[in-house]
Design a protein around this ligand. Structure first.
Ligand code: SAJ
Length: 438
């Protein structure tokens, strides 16, 4: 089959390569010329395991260009951000992609949208644009089938996760299923278009609401002198309870965005909106903790460890680190930033020793594995204070190096001290034992 994939980003490119690997002739299309140029030079991000191998293996059957060609099937994999001010889905890229397909659409072709969209988008927006081809809607096939892959493990999940396909009609659903079956090993489930659109947003909203719940619990726990990390672990011993982890907020281009796709519907969306607010407010909570930690320091310098939206990725879109930085700058704090993965960011990225030099408070925002290798003894900071928003680092080691350690959601500040004082300073374990005995 000749397949055209529109949008060669973090979903479009791996999808195109998997289709090519399955034997299809694939033409990748991107409106950004630099994307095509980078691909023609063989430049593929090595962040996703096996991506480069797959790219090299499929050079014969994959080709990238800026124009939409004639094809048997078209897949739309373009971004659908949310308008920051209005909280309305920005569907301009989907509209543009469908408009580029329309002149090339022929009878019997199949069009699939993978981009996350508000329920109803296929019927209200995409199909009417495709009909500008001159074809009636029963002369072409259309389906919605979003990806469910987790950044950092995209190729594996694209192949092994179950897929939901929503067809314009049963023939469309079956056509789409035949295409995905060529590389998907998970089960494929068929439904109608708006249900499939809705399911994708439901999935990401589920995660956002769950993260908001634990973030709210973390605040309540701290107010009540309870350690949320201990409480969460014990609550999860219940066979039907599974709390996720609290943190500095929710980032990325999915979980922090997609719930807004539901809130513009006339139905009641109080919980969804409230969850977005709780998660969006977490950088303010982190700021509050930092202010307490540096209250006696004049003109404090704050070092941020990690600005990627989550561990071990270079993606900083919607990262809670950005809001924290803006808030901290408004307090007059000096900000230094270190992230071993992120290459481009709104603020200067420095290496670890420069970013921590003369620092008054280190704030871990992202739990990158690389941070475990930091030796706190080697840091030339001015004040030894650590705020760990993910309960991630080896606190004993930091305390032993003289750091005061505050963990988000844990009421006590675990005190480190100078070498002389250290012998009498309370350690994390002692704090825990004290709490258990009271
Ligand atoms: N986070 C927490 N606590 C947790 C888990 C995550 O605060 O316990 C934060 C992360 O630090 C991050 C944010 O949530 O800032 C989102 O991270 P994530 O790993 O939950 O999600 P994404 O955005 O990397 O990928 C998600 C996945 N969706 C779900 O888990 C429901 C993925 O399967 C989707 O395909 C992807 O969104 C997408 O494209 O929609």
């Amino acid at each position: 089959m000749r397949v055209c994939v529109l949008g060669l980003g973090y979903i479009g490119l791996p999808t195109a390569l998997l289709l090519a690997d399955a034997g299809h002739e694939v033409i990748g299309v991107d409106v950004d010329k630099s994307v095509i140029e980078r691909l023609s030079m063989g430049m593929v991000s090595n962040e996703e395991p096996m991506m480069l191998n797959l790219f090299k293996r499929t050079t014969e059957r994959f080709h990238a260009q800026t124009e939409v060609p004639l094809a048997d099937a078209f897949l739309i994999c373009v971004p659908t951000p949310v308008d920051g001010e209005l909280r309305v889905a920005d569907l301009s890229c989907v509209k543009n992609a469908a408009s580029m397909i329309a002149p090339q659409l022929r009878e019997g072709n199949l069009v699939i949208v993978e981009s996350t969209v508000p329920p109803g988008t296929m019927s209200a927006l995409v199909i009417p644009i495709l009909k500008k081809s001159g074809l009636e809607s029963d002369q072409f096939f259309a389906a919605y089938c979003s990806e469910r892959a987790l950044p950092g493990n995209v190729l594996h999940e694209m192949v092994h996760n179950d897929r939901i396909i929503g067809g314009k009609d049963i023939q469309s659903a079956n056509k789409a299923m035949a295409l995905y079956s060529s590389f998907v090993k998970g089960n494929i489930h068929l439904t109608n278009m708006s249900t499939a659109e809705f399911i994708k947003v439901m999935e990401n909203t589920y995660r956002d609401v769950n993260i908001a719940l634990i973030n709210e619990m973390a605040k309540i726990a701290e107010d009540n002198n309870i350690d949320i990390w201990e409480a969460r672990e014990l609550a999860n011993k219940h066979p039907r309870v599974n709390y996720v982890k609290p943190g500095p907020g929710v980032g990325g281009h999915c979980i922090a965005v997609d719930p807004w796709f539901l809130t513009n519907n006339p139905g009641n969306c109080q919980l969804i909106k409230a969850s977005r607010d709780v998660n969006d407010n977490m950088p303010n909570i982190v700021l509050g903790a930092v202010k307490t930690l540096v209250k006696d320091v004049e003109n404090p310098t704050i070092t941020i460890l990690g600005v990627a939206y989550k561990a071990n990725v270079s993606d900083a879109r919607e990262t809670p680190a950005l809001k924290f930085i803006r808030l901290a700058l408004n307090e007059g704090f000096t900000i230094r930033v270190h992230d071993p993965h992120v290459k481009r960011f709104d603020y200067l990225l420095e290496d670890l020793s420069d970013a921590t030099f003369d620092s008054d408070c280190i704030v871990l925002i992202t739990d990158h594995e690389a941070f475990r290798a930091i030796n706190p003894q080697q840091l030339r900071v001015r004040n030894k204070i650590l705020l760990d928003t993910r309960n991630f680092l080896d606190h004993e080691a930091w305390i032993k190096s003289g750091f005061d350690v505050k963990v988000l959601g844990r009421p006590e500040i675990m005190k480190g001290a100078s070498d002389i004082e250290q012998a009498v300073a309370p350690k994390a374990k002692e704090v825990l034992e004290q709490r258990i005995s009271t």
